[in-house]
Design a protein around this ligand. Structure first.
Ligand SMILES: NC(=O)c1ccc[n+]([C@@H]2O[C@H](COP(=O)([O-])OP(=O)(O)OC[C@H]3O[C@@H](n4cnc5c(N)ncnc54)[C@H](OP(=O)(O)O)[C@@H]3O)[C@@H](O)[C@H]2O)c1
Length: 226
């Protein structure tokens, strides 16, 4: 049994990962405190950590409030936001909102959990995206830029923290609320069956967390089979 902190635990990939790790000791983070509390009640050993990652300056207090274990086997940064618009349309507010959740909050939370993560020789998983490798379409600039920044954060951590395993999961389109939003922007129908299942992405993340101590996977590219 391991101890894990999962962000974005209420929906999508993060929520599917909660099912994968249901027998472990969990700290679950998202904004909706009621949804988190209800979810935690269904689990063997889980504690809610309500936090707005759009306000990275509040993360330290949220971490203090929940209390970290001495040893943390892993953290999975599954929370993320997408905002769509061409560069000429994107406001400064939007750039700041997306980078706050998708980059700054992840750096800050990683910093805060490093002591128990090092103690456990634990794993950090960054849920990245194909958009972290290339801009896939018009209107994807700010999201893609944030995911590229997340690549750099992961690589910096890997260089600097030999005691911590660092895995980035570059997921293809996955059937979640976020994908529904993207399809609406593209003016196309959203059919969940066209995309990766969150449960499958979650299983791959769980496998990375549970690797033998002498093994690590760096980058994982996950896509639907053609
Ligand atoms: N769906 C895809 O096609 C796809 C593809 C590749 C990569 N990804 C990446 O996979 C990750 C998960 O995406 P998803 O599709 O599962 O998204 P989702 O279904 O939209 O769920 C997003 C999760 O992030 C949390 N979250 C969002 N903003 C937050 C904030 N300000 N503070 C705290 N929590 C916040 C949400 O919780 P609350 O709303 O309750 O706060 C929710 O649990 C993201 O990093 C995304 O970029 C997704």
């Amino acid at each position: 049994m391991g101890s894990y902190l999962i962000t974005g635990a209420t929906r999508g990939i993060g929520r599917a990962l909660v099912d994968e790790l249901a027998d472990d000791d969990l700290i679950l983070a998202a904004r909706d405190g009621n949804a988190l509390a209800a979810l935690c009640r269904t689990l063997r050993a889980a504690r809610p950590m309500p936090v707005d990652l759009g306000r990275p300056e509040t993360i330290a207090a949220a971490v203090e409030e929940v209390g970290l274990p001495e040893h943390l086997d892993g953290i999975v940064h599954a929370a993320g936001v997408i905002k769509l618009g061409r560069v000429e349309e994107l406001s400064l507010k939007t750039w700041n909102e997306v980078f706050a959740v998708n980059v700054t909050a992840i750096a800050e939370l990683t910093r805060l959990v490093l002591p128990p993560l090092r103690a456990a020789r634990g794993t950090t998983v960054f849920v990245n995206s194909g958009a972290g490798r290339a801009v896939s379409g018009r209107g994807n600039g700010v999201y893609s830029a944030s995911k590229h920044a997340l690549v750099a954060l992961a690589e910096a951590l890997r260089l600097e923290e030999p005691a911590v395993r660092v895995t980035s999961v570059f997921s293809g389109r996955t059937a979640t609320d976020m994908q529904r939003e993207l399809r609406a922007y593209e003016g196309e129908e959203y059919r969940p069956e066209d995309y990766l299942r969150p449960a499958v992405v979650a299983r791959i993340i769980a496998d990375a967390l549970r690797l033998p101590a002498d093994t690590t996977v760096g980058d994982l590219r996950v896509m639907p089979r053609g």
